[in-house]
Design a protein around this ligand. Structure first.
Ligand code: LMR
Length: 393
């Protein structure tokens, strides 16, 4: 059977981890996969996660199955973190999922069970894995205009126009904050205008909130979810704890479905459980219990918010630092969009050929679209990085 297969290409983002690791040059820089890094270039376990894990080791009494929906304490805490009091909680069904990706995959199956012929509209561009992940599940995808790669701004008019032409019932995938890959988010006024079109065209918002707390604050970053929740009958929200809790490899995410009423919510919840059983049966527990321990303990929760704010602050500082270094080393070129972006990513705004030269000649790794993970920048490497970028311009 295997003779019918050909080798699959390396993943555009995850493939960079291995390429960077195998590069012997000591000055190499990894601006590829989206993981947070400290000023020392490390991705440590958060202190608050260590505390919660220790508590778990001391108190957890069983690892028996917990069920297809996962841990109810985790689900309630995540639902509250994302929605707060924006809508009647009895209208929301939340389950635990294996990371944001697992959550997206379950959502795709639910969409297909409900409306096999429906289209899911994704931003152009969007996270490199949105299209294979959702498309691979069998969902039909189309793109809507989102980002102007020359001017480095959101194409809000073109976006509103595209959504205004969508068919009633179409699903629109939106990034709540820290748009991946562009780092450019709609303003609150723009979100309201997007919601106007979504309501008028009777579209179903599907919000991916993978970076809550990385842009402005936990509450501000959930603005879109909370605003839509007050305005639409139905909505899908995929949450992730990979970044804001640093639990990447533990696979912790949530999937919330806002339904028109409690009766509909109960049906949706039963369908989610049935879908989970057919894909991975039950979600992994460890990371979710860690998150639930933190969110349900006032002291741990406060400590987490401090660590989250530190991560957010460092990302912001590194954007400013790189822009300043480039002002000095690449006069005549404008990189001010680095500072206007939020969260982990933004486009440098160079060609794929220049990206390849940065890799080949300087050991600087980034996604082919020139998306950079700003967490890979440090005070120590920023001058080398800016020199390398300037030399390729
Ligand atoms: C990224 O975009 O780099 C992250 O979300 C990691 C991934 O799985 O692609």
């Amino acid at each position: 059977m295997f003779e019918f297969l050909q080798a699959a290409p390396a993943d555009a983002i995850l493939g960079l981890i291995t390429e960077h690791k195998n590069d012997p040059r000591p000055e190499k820089i990894d601006l590829g996969v989206g993981v947070f890094r400290t000023a020392e270039g490390e991705t440590p376990v958060l202190d608050v996660v260590k505390l919660a894990e220790q508590r778990l080791v001391d108190t957890q009494e069983s690892k028996a199955y917990i069920g297809t929906a996962g841990d109810p304490n985790f689900n309630a805490a995540m639902q509250d973190l994302i929605f707060s009091d924006s809508v009647d909680p009895d209208r929301i069904a939340t389950i635990q999922a294996p990371g944001g990706s697992g959550s997206l995959r379950v959502a795709a199956s639910l969409i297909l069970r409900a409306r096999p012929d429906v289209k899911v509209l994704v931003s152009d561009p969007t996270w490199a894995n949105h299209i294979p992940l959702l498309g691979g599940a069998g969902v039909t995808l189309e793109t809507y205009a989102y980002y102007d790669t020359d001017k480095h701004v959101i194409r809000i008019d073109a976006m509103l126009d595209a959504l205004g032409k969508a068919d009633a019932g179409d699903v629109v995938l939106l990034h709540a904050c820290c748009h991946n890959p562009s780092g450019m988010d709609p303003s609150e006024e723009e979100w309201k205008a997007i919601a106007d079109v979504v309501v008028e065209r009777k579209l179903v918002p599907f919000i991916d909130i993978a970076y809550q707390g990385f842009a402005r604050s936990l509450a501000d970053d959930a603005f879109a979810v909370r605003h839509f929740a007050g305005r639409v009958p139905e909505m899908i929200v995929s949450g992730s704890c990979s970044k804001n809790f640093g639990l990447y490899r533990d696979r912790v995410g949530s999937l919330s479905m806002l339904a028109a009423d409690k009766a509909s919510r109960d049906i949706v919840f039963s369908q989610l459980n049935s879908i989970v059983r057919t894909i991975y049966s039950v979600p992994p527990d460890h990371g979710a219990v860690v998150v639930s321990t933190i969110l349900n303990d006032p002291d741990l929760r406060a400590a987490w918010r401090v660590e989250l704010a530190e991560m957010r602050g460092r990302l912001r500082e590194m954007r400013v630092l790189l822009n300043e270094a480039l002002i000095g080393k690449a006069p005549g070129h404008d990189f001010s969009h680095l500072v206007r972006a939020t969260g982990m990513f933004c486009f440098l705004g160079i060609s794929e050929d220049q990206v390849n030269r940065l890799k080949r000649d300087y050991g600087v790794y980034m996604v082919g679209s020139s998306r950079i993970n700003t967490a890979g920048i440090t005070a120590k490497n920023v001058n080398y990085l800016a020199d390398a970028i300037a030399a390729t311009l």
